[in-house]
Write a protein that binds this ligand. Structure first.
Ligand code: HEC
Length: 117
């Protein structure tokens, strides 16, 4: 009887661990789509210069094609994507253009396969 009780305790502990891991995954990697997660960042932070000053054209409707044609993302090595590297804090010209959570949104979207979703 005593033994059975402690087994149940272990199972409960294991289950709560699983729940914890599952929760952490969702907070660390939010599910982002291009339309709802990435494009709004471009629209608010980038289109004042892209394309009026320079390429790529980051306006809604044009951005996905411009980024694909210019090979700006690398789904095999997401952190080596040109788009991501350009926006990293260490980058002199663009490091201050977006905040960390927006950069994470873009990275998560590339990690998910950089789909036009
Ligand atoms: C104040 C104007 C300005 C804003 C705002 C701006 N950019 Fe730029 N961007 C430039 C200029 C000028 C260049 C070309 C020189 C360079 O590479 O820094 C450039 C270059 C780039 C490049 C490299 C293009 C290439 O062919 O290698 C990418 C990618 C880029 N920008 C993305 C963005 C994104 C994403 C945002 C919004 C978060 C953004 N930029 C906001 C002015 C801007």
């Amino acid at each position: 009887m005593q033994k059975q009780k402690s087994n149940i305790g272990l199972i409960m502990l294991f289950l709560s661990f699983l729940t914890l891991i599952a929760c952490e995954k969702t907070t660390l990697k939010p599910s982002v789509s291009f339309k709802d997660g990435v494009q709004p960042i471009f629209t608010s932070k980038c289109i004042s210069c892209h394309p009026s000053v320079t390429k790529p054209d980051l306006r809604e409707g044009n951005s996905y094609k411009a980024l694909t044609d210019g090979k700006f993302f690398n789904t095999a090595n997401p952190t080596e994507s040109k788009l991501y590297m350009k926006l990293m804090p260490i980058n002199a010209s663009h490091g201050n253009k977006i905040d960390a959570s927006q950069l994470l949104t873009i990275l998560s979207w590339i990690e998910k396969g950089a789909n036009n979703d």
